[in-house]
Design a protein around this ligand. Structure first.
Ligand SMILES: [Zn+2]
Length: 191
């Protein structure tokens, strides 16, 4: 991992330690902070995560305005709009780090696990996408959520030429992470 990515990750994890210990700085959260950013942004990282109302990157990483470029959709399933949003973060905003963050009790993972292998009638694209990594042996939907971050990481690189090239050139790194609801801790998932 290059220095910039390492530094960005350390800043996020340090913020998470603040959050977990209840000693948040709540920095960059005033109107003044927002005003300073009125001409532009240079976030330290892009976080690709779920729309779940319990997953709030600014809170769990103790950050505020302008710090994190967040790309969200239910289940954080990688579709075209998500890809382009991440491309914007990497190519235009030059973030050195993309974090794929999944979490406990994810509704999309739960739905996919309980339906599998039935044809989904609702949320078809989301559920089918998760089916790619489910088999009848898969026990726990939290494990699915954790494992699925690898699929997301691969898809970002496989499906976007811009991301693939930038990654090849060492412009950014992708890390996989998981938010635990019982502690508020974000743990890094190793490849
Ligand atoms: Zn979710």
């Amino acid at each position: 991992m290059n220095d910039k990515a390492k530094q960005a990750l350390e800043i996020l994890l340090e913020g998470n330690r603040n959050f977990v210990s209840g000693k948040t700085t709540a920095q960059h959260r005033t109107v003044e902070d927002l005003k300073k950013l009125s001409q532009g942004q240079s976030p330290i990282a892009c976080v690709v995560t779920c729309s779940d109302s319990r997953v709030i990157p600014e809170l769990v990483f103790d950050k505020g305005f302008g710090d994190i470029f967040i790309v969200r959709c239910a289940g954080a399933v990688i579709g075209e709009n998500i890809l382009e949003s991440v491309e914007y973060a990497v190519d235009h905003l030059k973030v050195p780090l993309v974090m794929v963050l999944s979490h406990d009790d994810c509704g999309v993972m739960k739905a996919a696990k309980s339906l599998y292998p039935e044809e989904p009638e609702h949320l078809e694209l989301l559920i089918r996408s998760v089916y790619e990594i489910i088999d009848s042996e898969t026990e726990c939907y939290n494990e699915i959520a954790k494992n699925y971050t690898l699929t997301k990481k691969r898809k970002l690189l496989k499906r976007s030429k811009i991301l693939r090239q930038a990654h090849f050139d060492g412009k950014f790194e992708i890390v996989r992470a998981y938010l635990k609801f019982d502690t508020g801790e974000v743990v890094i998932v190793e490849d």
